[in-house]
Design a protein around this ligand. Structure first.
Ligand SMILES: Cc1cc2nc3c(=O)[nH]c(=O)nc-3n(C[C@H](O)[C@H](O)[C@H](O)COP(=O)(O)O)c2cc1C
Length: 327
């Protein structure tokens, strides 16, 4: 009998696999995480949540909802952000009873609303805040604490090595890095050399992130940087097969329809009908983009807010395509 070995550990939490769905506000919700896990994402992050929203009593709010997870969803990382070490600790302690496996501090968000007030990547120019935050969390939480960073604020302030060393010294159990600065936002090329330098500089596991668009890129980034795992964001939207290391080019429309069915089922179960269907629209286009045969059906699928009609249209799409293939 063969026993599956963990690929790496986040302190004492085993991770099986080396491709991880990135936290993405508006996308990495319970339904999409379920799908990506089914296709092979090795670890899942929640969308980021402001600590200020987590300090009081739990309420049925948008932000508390981001901490929902499915039974058996492991390892599950709750990602939070803030600009005050004590508030970050208080929020982390307040969400422990929801049983995350890991708490992650977002130090990568580049939007002005977040970074402008010293949270997200706005923490990176504040080494003392990073030290205080990780020391407090590591001392007071029973579960591992991790952080997701960028290269730094801009081209002239790329202090990721300094910040990573502080994180490690202060008790961080893993560092994920998006290889761009705050100033770059999502533009330009991600710097994989910097991810390699980070991996050399610390002894905790490193997750590399940025410009991983295909299954081959997963292996390329690993070979180039030596990172323990690769995090995939935008290229996973409408493309959960990347976690199964299947190229988009190799997919048939029937594969897309199958994933859409699964995903819509999860959306309806979690958000209800028709809200789940309406929220699914942003994913739908991404699933069908590459399939010209789906083009006539897309406007109809995007318009309906009736689950029955949606499922019927999907069936018609499948039939139309198989008729074309087998005249
Ligand atoms: C729509 C969207 C939402 C995002 N939300 C988050 C978030 O909540 N937390 C976080 O750490 N990063 C967030 N990111 C950044 C991604 O996790 C990732 O670092 C970035 O997209 C680069 O990876 P990629 O090139 O694979 O997309 C977001 C990115 C996008 C596109």
């Amino acid at each position: 009998m063969t026993t599956k070995q963990p690929t790496f550990f986040v302190r004492d939490v085993p991770v099986y696999g080396d491709a991880v769905l990135a936290p993405m506000a508006g996308f990495s919700d319970v339904p999409y995480r379920a799908l990506c896990r089914a296709y092979g994402s090795a670890m899942n992050y929640t969308e980021f949540v402001p600590v200020e929203a987590l300090l009081g009593k739990r309420s049925p709010s948008r932000f508390w909802g981001r901490l929902d997870k499915q039974a058996g969803e492991h390892p599950m990382v709750f990602q939070i952000f803030g600009n005050d070490a004590h508030k970050i600790l208080a929020a982390a302690q307040n969400i422990l009873d929801l049983e995350p496996d890991i708490i992650d501090v977002n130090m990568g968000c580049s939007t002005r609303r977040v970074s402008g007030r010293g949270a997200g990547v706005g923490m990176m120019p504040q080494p003392q805040l990073v030290r205080d935050t990780f020391s407090l969390l590591a001392q007071h939480l029973p579960i591992p604490v991790t952080g997701k960073i960028r290269l730094g604020w801009d081209a002239t302030q790329q202090n990721y090595l300094e910040i990573a060393r502080i994180m490690e010294e202060s008790g961080a159990a893993l560092i994920a890095m998006h290889g761009r600065t705050k100033a770059q936002k999502y533009d330009g090329q991600a710097n994989w050399d910097a991810i390699a330098a980070l991996k050399q500089a610390v002894s905790v596991p490193v997750i590399g992130n940025g410009d991983v668009n295909t299954p081959a890129d997963i292996d390329r980034m690993k070979a180039h940087t030596g990172c323990d795992a690769v995090m995939i964001g935008r290229a996973a939207i409408g493309n959960p097969w990347i976690f199964a290391r299947r190229d988009r080019d190799s997919l048939a429309l029937a594969d897309a329809v199958q994933a859409i069915r699964l995903h819509v089922r999860e959306m309806l179960a979690y958000y209800g009908d028709p809200h789940g269907l309406i929220l699914f629209r942003k994913h739908l286009k991404r699933y069908l983009d590459d399939f010209s045969a789906a083009a006539p059906f897309l406007p109809l699928l995007l318009q309906t807010d009736e689950a029955d009609v949606f499922v019927r249209l999907l069936g018609e799409l499948e039939t139309a395509v198989s008729d074309q293939q087998h005249p």
